[in-house]
Design a binder for this molecule. Structure first.
Ligand code: GLA
Length: 382
């Protein structure tokens, strides 16, 4: 994968190798969805599938950026702007403008095996990989946490998605073999083992991404803020849904939609802690129940699922040997994360693919992964 990219680099830019090569992993999340921007808890990790950023300063020319997998190529800032708000170039440009606006022209190539629009945060991987590559180029020394927060700024200020800090923290700071229990208010985090004996975590990619994902996402964040404003009239100490209990909600007289959204967030925060306990006890049955309950809440209360995700989750959640499955990430498409007995992996993969194909006319993608470390510089390609 990386070797092919390096070959392409030499074909495109000649014999001088890139000054910096960075690997930026995708993000998985065991549980704790739509809780990060409500100052709650999440349980994400970095995955073995990654995006690579290859970069050099171009002292003799202008910008020249290549997205190797897409066969797209840009050669001037004007051209980059024409590319529109959501293209890969916008994320790169966002990282440059926040971190190193004066850096000058770059030769840059990106590529890898992270599917785009699959809810595994390829956009944050690109932003975080870019920020880290720029840090290496400029030899500055911010901490990974500082870079993660800059990554969040790129997405909020340049891209316009009012996201939390889960993706950037997981991509910047994960450790191999672990997920991270992250408190999104205090930003304290600790590593958690997510392995359960005889079990396997997999992703199933619906391969769909429905339109308006970003505006729906921002609308959910706005609804949570409205609920908080309402709850503050009862108790001014409430700063976010993190400070709210189910009992408070029951007596608050919130409009129905805001009550649903808030109830989901409050319950999902509780599920994160229950999940950590279940993982510690190696209790796959309990872990599976929390996954199933999370999906039900995302579907019915938070309303961020879609037919394709529901179909995969429902199939998995009634399949013998699957402990539980739920949609992962922002929603409206992307992946389901699934905990299953290792020994049924082959038969389940075959059957879920068939069932999905029968319903939607194309195959989902089964993604096996290891829990990997965060963003890193690659010094010896190979
Ligand atoms: C997206 C956002 C994250 C988080 C999830 C939902 O991935 O980037 O900050 O809010 O959705 O949990």
């Amino acid at each position: 994968m990386l070797n092919a990219l390096i070959d392409n680099w030499h074909l495109s830019f000649g014999g001088v190798p890139p000054e910096v090569i960075v690997r930026a992993p995708g993000r998985v999340n065991i549980i704790g969805e739509h809780t990060d921007y409500n100052e709650g808890w999440v349980l994400p990790g970095a995955m073995s599938r990654s995006l690579y950023v290859l970069v050099s300063r171009n002292t003799h020319g202008g910008h020249h950026w290549i997205a190797s997998d897409l066969n797209e190529e840009l050669e001037s800032p004007e051209h980059i702007l024409e590319y529109g708000e959501y293209s890969w170039a916008r994320y790169i440009q966002g990282a440059i403008s926040i971190y190193a606006p004066g850096i000058g022209p770059l030769r840059l190539m990106i590529g890898g095996d992270l599917p785009v629009g699959a809810g595994i945060s390829s956009s944050s991987a690109l932003v975080c990989g870019m920020l880290y590559a720029l840090q290496q180029l400029t030899e500055k020394t911010e901490s990974r946490e500082e870079l993660a927060l800059l990554g969040q700024r790129v997405e909020r200020e340049i891209i316009g998605v009012q996201g939390g800090i889960m993706d950037q923290f997981a991509i910047m700071m994960s450790e191999p073999g672990h997920v991270m229990l992250l408190d999104c208010r205090t930003r304290q985090h600790r590593l958690i083992q997510a392995d359960l004996p005889g079990c396997k975590w997999i992703l199933i990619n619906t391969k769909v991404k429905h339109a308006l994902v970003d505006s729906d996402y921002n609308q959910r964040a706005a609804q949570c803020a409205q609920a908080v404003a309402h709850l503050q009239t009862i108790d001014p100490k409430i700063k976010s849904l993190r400070d709210v209990s189910i009992d408070m909600l029951a007596s608050a007289d919130l409009p129905e939609v805001l009550l649903q959204r808030s109830a989901f967030v409050v319950q999902e925060n509780e599920r994160v802690h229950h999940m950590v306990r279940a993982l510690g006890l190696h209790d796959a049955d309990a872990a599976g129940q929390f996954l199933q309950a999370s999906h039900a809440g995302l579907k019915e209360l938070y309303e961020v699922s879609c037919d394709e995700l529901d179909h995969l989750a429902a199939f998995a959640n009634t399949y013998p040997g699957v402990w539980g499955a739920r949609m992962m990430g922002g929603g409206f498409g992307g992946c389901v994360i699934c905990l299953l007995e290792e020994e049924i992996f082959d038969s389940f993969s075959r059957d879920v693919t068939l069932a999905y194909h029968q319903r939607f006319g194309f195959d989902p993608e089964i993604i096996e992964f290891e829990l990997a470390g965060g963003v890193s510089r690659i010094t010896r390609p190979g």
